[in-house]
Design a binder for this molecule. Sequence first.
Ligand SMILES: [Zn+2]
Length: 485
Amino acid sequence: MHGTEYMQDTRFAIYSRISRDRVGAGLGVERQQEDCEKLVAQLGGQIVATFSDNDISAYSGKPRPGYEALLRVIKNGDVDAVAVWHQDRLLRRTIDLEHYIDVCQPTKTPTHTVMAGFFDLTTPAGRATAKTLAAWASYEVETSTDRVKSAKLQAAKAGKPSGGNRAYGYEQNGMVIIPEEAAVVREAIDRFVAGDSWRTIALDFNERGIPTAKGKLWAAINVRNVAVRPRNISIRVHNDNEYPAVWPSLISMETWEDLHLAIKRGQALHGQRSYTRKHLLKGFVHCGLCDTRMNIINAQQRDGSYSPAFNCRKKDHRGQDVGCGRVKRKKEPVEALVIDCLMYRLDTPDLTAMLAKDKGDSGKLKELMRDHEAQSLRLQEILNLYSTGEMTFSEYKSAKTAASARLDALGRELDQKTSRNTIGLIPAGQTVREAWDKADIQWRRQLVDTLIEKVLIYPKQLGDQKVIYKGFKFNPDRVEIRWKA
Ligand SMILES: [Zn+2]
């Protein structure tokens, strides 16, 4: 029932497609084309265009260049009819069908299929048939998606790898450790625990020519993701659930705990005195006249160029009074001076003794962090008890006050310990200067915070212009460093 008789010169377009989701049920493009050619011969017509898309699912919404070309020849009236092996080679979603109907309507282009017969999309009955078939095709795709989902869940429960991209540190099968890459993961974790930022580690890996699993350069986020993935302790994650995995662990449980404590420490420090700022001394520098914390502005120089400078603001951005507005100093020489003084000071025996005392204290630090975490949980629990009516309001208040006080005390102790710990991180055999040169801004700011209470800058005086310090017209005598230790 092909419904129409064609003239010998009726122009046909053939369309064929292989979809990945129909492997087995589908046919090769060549076979589809052959069948279509036979159909066109039976109908009586000539093939003027052949289009195909290979290995692209019509369901995924990916572009199909062959299909787009077919639509173009239909629109342009370059063909009179379309032959296709099965409707689902052409369209799988009802929304696609609507569009196809719209394209065929103006030129009244009919579509013939080898498997499902003729669709006269210009009639309501033809359109209804086509829509029903499209609906069934969608249903089939959706149920096969469910089957895939359940297969994935089974694999996850069995602790098997998820497949896909190769996990760094493991071979493609996800089961065998690659020793060289495993060493890279462990180094990243050790360094982060020791205070390096993910960014510093990424830059270092790139400099050393160590590529990612995909052979690319590392970004901070890549290093972090590889370090914190549960795969490292042989855990398979699927839809936020964790399952014991069948592959070997890359790191010990202890290392895993250290890593997560270090992440928590970073979060705890964040928001107090931020160590992630761009400028070494921001927040430490005060005006020598009015003691206002100076901010950093871009100050225009005599030659018209701009460079950052510490500035005592008279008013803030809201117009509120802030400081005296009488002191401003170029940032670079101030920083250079403070660094020099830091290095000099770190060379003194007193300080070495003080630092030695704090070294090897990481056990205590861990204990503090666990306490801190436990207290945070306790606070949450108290709130829960109150909200579920298991505690009266006055019980809640006194419990909360006690827990908060304990938490504050732990927080302060933790701050001290973590900043002290910075210096404990100077590797053996390295001078402070060498460690400084290799460190990132986060580490440097922690070091400044450990030793410096504040830096005061006083107004310039007559003759300061003649004093040259490290190539700057800058008098170090106008800067005072107040030390903590
Ligand atoms: Zn001031």
